[in-house]
Design a protein around this ligand. Structure first.
Ligand SMILES: [Mg+2]
Length: 361
C-alpha cells in the first residue's frame, strides 16, 4: 500500500520531576515523532525519546529528510524502505546518528503494517506471549537519598512491579550501596533488585564490587565496565555469579555479533533507537536466540513490550514512562509482567492536544 505522506514533529515534553541522570540534569523528554499515512488513511506512528537536547534539532532535520524518501513507496516493503534510507545516509553511518534518524520512521512503518493486517505488532512478528516480565526503572536515581528511594519503591510495588533497577556511579566504597539494597529488601521482601553501574568502574572495581553485590542478592549487573571491553566483560561473566547485562550502547550488527561471539553477556539489552528501528531489532533478537542469550529492551516500553513478547528469548521490558505525557494509553503492569496492549499496531493512542502543546518544530 502506497505511503501518501510522512510528517515528523519535534516535541519538548516536560518531565514530571527534575532529576540527575548520567551526570546530566533532566527537565524535558525530547521526542522526534514520525507519522506515516498510507493510501487508505491508516496512520502509523513511531518516536525517539531523549533526555538531552544535544543534536536533537539536527536529528529532527535528518529524520524529516529520510521521511521524504518514503513518500510514494509501498509500506509493506520494510526491508526495501530501510535500505533506501540507509543508502541515502550511509556516508554518516553505519550506526550512530543515521540509525537514530531512521528509527522512528521504521517503527511507524511497522505500526502501519500491523494495523493493515488487523494485528498487534507483537502478533505480526511472532506473538510468542501476551506479556513480558518487566521492571521499574523511573525515579530510582543514585542522587536520591534512601528515604526517597524507599518511597519510589513503594509506589512501584503498588503499581504491580516486583523488580526495580537502581543506578550506581563512580563509588569509593560499595558498602553504602549494599546498605541501600539491604534497606529496600528489608522493606519489600519479595522485591528483586537490579543494578546499572553505567560503565563507571575499572576492571578491578568491577570484580570486587560485583562480588559484594552478588552476595547482596541482586539479580543482574548492568554495564559494569566500558561496553566495548568484550574480553573484560566475559571475564566478569565467568567469575561472578550475578548475570551480566549490557548492549544498550551498541548500534550495528557487527558489534552485537562480536558481543555474542565473545560470549560477553548473559543478557543483551537492545536500544530500539540506537539499533535503528524494528527491522534491525528483530535480526539482533534472532542472532541472540541462536546463542541462547536472553533479551531486554532499553527504555521505550510502549514499543519494546511488543518486540520482546514476539520472540522466544524476550526476558525483561524496562518500564520507563518518558512518553506518558503525550499518550492516552497506559501500559498495564500485573504481578511483575507488562501486558501487551490490545489494539492493532502498537496499540498506542496519542494525546493530540498534548502533542500540539509541546511541539516546537
Ligand atoms: Mg543502562
Amino acid at each position: 500500500m502506497k505511503i501518501e505522506s510522512v510528517q515528523v514533529d519535534l516535541l519538548k515534553v516536560p518531565a514530571n520531576m527534575l532529576y540527575e541522570a548520567a551526570g546530566h540534569s533532566v527537565s524535558h523528554n525530547w521526542h522526534i515523532l514520525s507519522r506515516i499515512v498510507v493510501a487508505d488513511g491508516t496512520e502509523g506512528i513511531g518516536w525517539l525519546v531523549n533526555t538531552r537536547p544535544a543534536f536533537i534539532y539536527s536529528l529532527y532535520e535528518a529524520t524529516k529528510e529520510l521521511g521524504d524518501l518514503l513518500v510514494g513507496e509501498n509500506v509493506y516493503k520494510n526491508e526495501y524502505l530501510y535500505g533506501l534510507m540507509n543508502s541515502y545516509g550511509n556516508w554518516v553511518g553505519p550506526g550512530g546518528f543515521l540509525n537514530m534518524a531512521m528509527s522512528s520512521l521504521d517503527i511507524a512503518v511497522w505500526d502501519v503494517k500491523a494495523k493493515l493486517a488487523g494485528q498487534s505488532v507483537s502478533n505480526l512478528l511472532g506473538g510468542n506471549s501476551n506479556s513480558v516480565n518487566s521492571y521499574a526503572s523511573d525515579r530510582l536515581w543514585y542522587s536520591m537519598p534512601i528515604e526517597e528511594l524507599l518511597e519510589s519503591a513503594k509506589q512501584h510495588v503498588a503499581a504491580g512491579h516486583s523488580r526495580i533497577k537502581l543506578r550506581i556511579g563512580k563509588v569509593e566504597n560499595i558498602s553504602e550501596q549494599i546498605n541501600r539494597i539491604n534497606r529496600l529488601k528489608e522493606a519489600y521482601e519479595h522485591l528483586e533488585i537490579m543494578l546499572d553501574a553505567t560503565e563507571s568502574w575499572n576492571s578491578s572495581e568491577a570484580r570486587s564490587f560485583g562480588e559484594a553485590l552478588s552476595k547482596a542478592g541482586i539479580i543482574w549487573l548492568e554495564d559494569p565496565i566500558y561496553h566495548l571491553d568484550l574480553k573484560g566483560l566475559r571475564v566478569l561473566k565467568e567469575n561472578l555469579s550475578v548475570p551480566i547485562a549490557g548492549g544498550e550502547h551498541l548500534y550495528t550488527f557487527e558489534s552485537f555479533r562480536d558481543t555474542v561471539d565473545n560470549s560477553s553477556l548473559d543478557v543483551v539489552i537492545i536500544d530500539l533507537s540506537r539499533v535503528g528501528g524494528v527491522t534491525p531489532w528483530i535480526k539482533v533478537a534472532h542472532m541472540c536466540e541462536s546463542a541462547n542469550i536472553l533479551l531486554a529492551g532499553h527504555v521505550l516500553p510502549e514499543f519494546h513490550v511488543h518486540l520482546l513478547s514476539a520472540v522466544t528469548n524476550g526476558y525483561l521490558v524496562e518500564d520507563m514512562p518518558r512518553s506518558e505525557n503525550i499518550i492516552r494509553t497506559k501500559l498495564e503492569i500485573n504481578q511483575g509482567n507488562m501486558m501487551v496492549p490490545q489494539g492493532n499496531g502498537f496499540g498506542i493512542e496519542l494525546d493530540e492536544d498534548a502533542c500540539a502543546r509541546y511541539k516546537v518544530s
